[in-house]
Write a protein that binds this ligand. Structure first.
Ligand code: N2P
Length: 351
């Protein structure tokens, strides 16, 4: 069941929630000026899409997910009503292999050149089939008031002191990678014994975990019910607006960075309008306003002058070059590895 938070409802209400009836209507009217956009929760500034509609007359139906595997499953099952989706770097080859997305033709975006060189022709997208949207890191969020000793290590998420007051992301990739990393096993492993060890470590932690969640846990952090959480950088910084005692650390063992990208859903009907929206999101001011609102980092070099200086100077949002070097991208798994990882995660969840 995809979780949608109170915040999401508020946000979605100002846009047009994508209900089955709306999808059917869009399908009937193939020529309607509309983009059906499927994005992570808490991942767009509230004015961005209304401003686009004001400027272009193109309506945006906006739908949210809090679990990229569920999003993948939905698109794979044929939810063809969507035109535009946001996909994490390491999932892109999987979508391409199954032809669930169509590459953006070269030369059609006038603003592609705004993207910083280090985010162009990246390992996960050598032919620039997609467009980098936002990026960030995975770390630990905590409540400074109640967590007396600042967390420094991922192992703090295994500390029995926080039993019932800690949460983990509901994300196979983040959690299984973390367990492997802590066991000193490379993410590239395809040895079932390694995966079993990761499984056991996560099961050992389970009695402490109040919830596996990638979205609604933020409300619990704000409310003080959760004190320590595995979190994505910008989501924590957004929650800190509502509760200034919340803070974010990248543990000393290091972490992964990820780049979420805009992709065209295979066979979607509203190609021109979707490309127009992507180009709009690439405009320096729009990209900066968006990144400032969600507090993730922008890969858009031309947007940097408009980034809020507080965020620009924050090394947890824009790490300095020496820190950047220590941030790894997730390895692209083979379909067989993916299956093993998903099985481990499913077993942890039911254990
Ligand atoms: C937005 C989370 C997106 C980051 N809520 C995951 N890559």
């Amino acid at each position: 069941m995809p979780e949608v938070t109170r915040r999401d409802f508020l946000k979605a209400a100002v846009l047009l929630p994508l209900v089955p009836a709306a999808l059917a209507a869009c399908r009937r009217a193939g020529s309607e000026r509309v983009v059906n956009f499927y994005n992570w929760s808490d991942y767009i500034g509230k004015d961005v899409l209304p401003n686009f509609t004001k400027e272009t007359g193109i309506k945006v139906n906006y739908d949210l997910f809090a679990d990229e595997e569920a999003m993948f499953a939905k698109i794979r099952a044929g939810a063809r009503g969507y035109d535009l989706i946001v996909i994490g770097d390491y999932l892109i080859p999987r979508f391409r292999l199954l032809r669930l997305i169509d590459p953006i033709p070269p030369g059609v975006l006038k603003n592609r050149g705004n993207i910083a060189p280090r985010f162009r022709r990246a390992s996960y997208d050598p032919d620039e089939a997609v467009v980098p949207y936002l990026w960030g890191t995975t770390g630990i969020g905590y409540n400074r008031k109640t967590v007396k000793k600042k967390p420094t290590s991922w192992w703090d998420l295994w500390d029995p002191r926080y039993k019932g007051r800690l949460s983990m992301l509901d994300n196979v990739r983040d959690c299984v990678s973390l367990a492997l990393q802590l066991l000193g096993i490379p993410e590239t492993t395809d040895d079932p014994a390694d995966l079993q060890k990761a499984h056991d470590l996560l099961v050992k932690q389970k009695p402490l975990v109040a919830m596996y969640s990638s979205s609604s846990y933020l409300d619990s952090l704000v409310a003080g019910e959760i004190e320590l959480a595995m979190t994505w950088s910008g989501d924590l910084f957004q929650a800190a607006r509502d509760n200034p005692s919340l803070d974010y650390v990248i543990p000393k063992e290091g972490t992964y960075m990820w780049v979420d990208c805009l992709a065209l859903v295979h066979g979607s009907r509203h190609r021109a309008d979707t490309l127009r929206l992507i180009d709009y999101l690439l405009e320096p001011r729009v990209a900066a306003d968006n990144a400032n609102a969600v507090r993730y980092a922008t890969p858009n070099a031309k947007a940097m002058p408009y980034i809020d200086p507080v965020l620009r100077r924050d090394p947890r949002v824009y790490p300095p070059p020496d820190r950047m070097k220590t941030l790894a991208l997730h390895h692209v798994l083979t379909p067989e590895q993916t299956e093993m990882w998903n099985r481990v995660w499913a077993d942890v969840k039911v254990a």
